[in-house]
Design a protein around this ligand. Sequence first.
Ligand SMILES: [Zn+2]
Ligand SMILES: [Zn+2]
Length: 422
Amino acid sequence: MPLIHSLSGVVIRCFKKVESAADWMTGAAGPVFVFMCWSLILSGGFIYFDVVVRSLSLLSLFLLSPLLILVPLNLYGQYYLVTHVPPGYPAPKPSGEEKKAAAWLIPNPKSIWAGERWGFVRQGRALTGASGMSGVWEGASRRVRRCRKCDGPKPERTHHCSVCKRCVLQMDHHCPWINACVGLHNQRHFVLFMAWLSTGCATVSITGYHAFLATFDYHAEWPSWTPKIGFTLIYVLCLAIGFAVSVLMFWHLYMVSYGETSIESHDNAYLAGKAKKEGLIYLNPYDLGRRRNLQLFFNIGPNGYSKMSLLFPLVLPPASNGWSFPRRPIPSHPPAKSTNLHAPELADGLIARANGLGLGLGLEGEVPNAEGELRSPIGGHAEDGMGGYVMGDEEGLTDDEEGGGGWMDLGDPQYRFGNDDR
Ligand SMILES: [Zn+2]
Ligand SMILES: [Zn+2]
C-alpha cells in the first residue's frame, strides 16, 4: 500500500509538471500567435482591396462602402484593443507595466479610443460607483475569498489563470491568439472582434468568388499586384477561418445570453446535473434573462451606452466593477412543468430595484446573514432552495479546484493594495 501511495504521488507530480510546461508554452508562444494573427488580417485586407475592390463597379463600390469602411476599422481596432485592454484583476501588481495596463481600465476621456470623446455617454446612472481596480472596497469591511495560488482576493466569478499567473476578474478563458486572458474588461472587444472577423470573411467569400474562380483560369486578366496563388490561399483561409470563428462567436453569444462565462458554462452544466438528480431545478444566479444578459455584456441599453457603440472600436467601461454582479431572484412560485428559467421580466424587476433601492450591482445592497456572511437580498443561496429551485452562489461557483484558500477581510489595511494611485 505505501508503494501505491508513493507511486500515485509521483504520477500526480508528473502531471503537474506537464501541466505547468503546457502553461509556460502557451505563454511563450503567445507573441508568435499575435504576430501571426496581425499578419493574416493585414495581408487579408490588403489582398482583398488589391484584387477584389479595385475591379468593383462604381455602383457595387457605393453599395459595399459601409462594409468596406466599418470592417477594416473594427477588425484592426478591436484586435488592437483586445490585445491591449487587460481583462481586469482583483489585485494589481505594483510595477510600471501595471500602471500602463491600468490606464486602459479607467480610460482617459480624451483618448482616441474613449467612447466619451466620440459622444457616447452612459444613459442613466452607472450601476456601480467604481470600475477597474480601485475604489471598490473604500471604507468597507468585506469578506472575500482568498486565492490559494496567488494569495490575493478572489471575488465572485474571478478565477486564477495559470498562464498569466494571477487572478482575473470574470475570467472567461486564456486565449493564445490574443496572448492574454479574456475577462471582464476585454471580453466585449473579444466577441466584437470575432463578429467583425466573421463579417469580413463572409464579405470576402461572397464578393471575391469571381476572382477566386479567375485564379484557375490561365487566360483571365489579372491586373493585381498580388499573385493568383496568393489570392487563392487567402480566399481558402477566409472560408475556413470565417466558418470556425462564426461558430465560436455564436457559441460565445449563446453563453453570454445565458449569463455565463466559458468556465461557468462547465460549472453550471455540472451543478444542473447534480440538482436534477436530487429532483431540483438549478438556476444560474447571474442569468437575468436573455435580453438583459446581452445588454449587460455589451453595456448597452438602460444604464448603458447606445447600441451604435457596437459599430466602432471604442473602450467603454464594463457594466459591473467585477466585484459584485446583479443576481436573479429565486422564483416564489413552485416550478411548473415548462417553467421559463430565462424569463425576461426578471430583468425588468432587477432594474427597477437597482434604481429604486440601490440594489443590484452595488455592494451596498448586500446584507449580512445570521452567520455574518454578506448576502445579496435578491440573490439566493443553495440552502434557500424554495419550491424545488436551487441557485448556485458565490461559494458554489468559485469553489472549484482553485478554491480552498479560505476567506480574507478586505477591511484589513494590509490588503489595501488596490488603492487609488493614479
Ligand atoms: Zn489567484
Ligand atoms: Zn491568462
